[in-house]
Design a protein around this ligand. Structure first.
Ligand code: THU
Length: 129
């Protein structure tokens, strides 16, 4: 799958966002090592902290589907906003080697990586000390 195609999926996932409070719709498309694309969108809640971000919806849904190996994640917002810190931590846990595409609503995107988004991350290895 090309980066452009994965970004197009993230834009499609964005249409499913449930964001009545912020009105900031976010879509994510996660590419697994076996070529499956798993969608995520933000799902907000009247109790604001219960909101979950698009990236974590995609990653946790993937685990529930039995997927554990991920190659890329595309995230789409109106203005090309960056993934939040909690999502970066979850990316580091489940997909540390992923390429990340950060797209805006027009489909323009920048390419980065989990390592670049969250350098020197806390990982399972730290718990073994
Ligand atoms: N949001 C995401 O879905 N992903 C991020 O990485 C940043 C923020 C959502 C959460 C909330 O529904 C809205 O964007 C505004 O914060």
């Amino acid at each position: 799958m090309s980066p452009d195609e994965l970004v197009a999926h993230a834009l499609d996932a964005r249409t499913r966002a449930y964001a009545p409070y912020s009105r900031y719709a976010v879509g994510a498309a996660l590419l697994t090592a076996d070529g499956t694309v798993i969608y995520g969108c933000n799902v907000e809640n009247a109790a604001y902290p219960a909101t979950i971000c698009a990236e974590r919806v995609a990653l946790t849904a993937a685990v529930a589907l039995g997927k554990r190996a991920f190659t890329a994640l595309a995230v789409a917002t109106q203005n090309g906003g960056a993934p939040c810190g909690i999502c970066r931590q979850v990316m580091a846990e489940l997909g540390p080697d992923m390429t990340v595409y950060i797209a805006d609503a027009a489909g323009n995107y920048q390419t980065t990586s989990v390592a670049e988004l969250l350098p020197a991350s806390f990982t399972g290895a730290d718990l073994e000390r």
